[in-house]
Design a protein around this ligand. Structure first.
Ligand code: MG
Length: 156
């Protein structure tokens, strides 16, 4: 059995915050605002997995008014989501993440971002794609960073 899921998230830029994408801290003059570490790519990915399982979304699982998740490491939240996925009997087939950002340039961080996600799922790095694009200055990406994620889950 296979299940497909899609996730989308966006966080606005804020000064004095770290920029963390796919668990990788990226040097940048600003970071993203959020209750957790605001790892927008991992948030989209978790929503894709939860969507494939029809188990709601991360807002339901990790409410942003719950102090337990203040400054939370999104990779730790992802570990909870992958545990849920396994409990339902599924493994990751593949994941495809698109990060939409006018800045900073992400190309050199993408190999580490893919490795971090592959490690979280215990899968081959070849099953994890991370891509970056801009909106050519036309969209919301100048004010923050957005991410889409699509996953295929497999039940053996
Ligand atoms: Mg989010």
């Amino acid at each position: 059995m296979i299940r497909i899921g899609h996730g989308y998230d966006v966080h606005r830029f804020a000064e004095g915050r770290r920029l963390v994408l796919c668990g990788e801290e990226i040097p940048c003059g600003e970071g993203l605002l959020g209750h957790s570490d605001a790892d927008v790519a991992v948030h989209a990915l978790m929503d894709a997995v939860l969507g494939a399982l029809a188990l709601g979304d991360i807002g339901k699982l990790f409410p942003d008014n719950d102090p337990a998740y203040e400054g939370a490491d999104s990779m730790k939240l992802l570990a909870q989501v992958t545990a849920l996925m396994r409990r339902e009997g599924f493994d990751l087939g593949n994941a495809d993440i698109t990060v939409i950002a006018e800045r900073p340039k992400l190309a050199k961080y993408i190999p580490k971002m893919r490795e971090n996600i592959a490690r979280a799922f215990g899968c081959d790095v070849g099953c994890v794609s991370v891509k970056a694009t801009t909106e050519e200055g036309l969209g919301i990406a100048g004010k923050g960073i957005a991410a889409h994620a699509v996953v295929l889950l497999e039940k053996k």
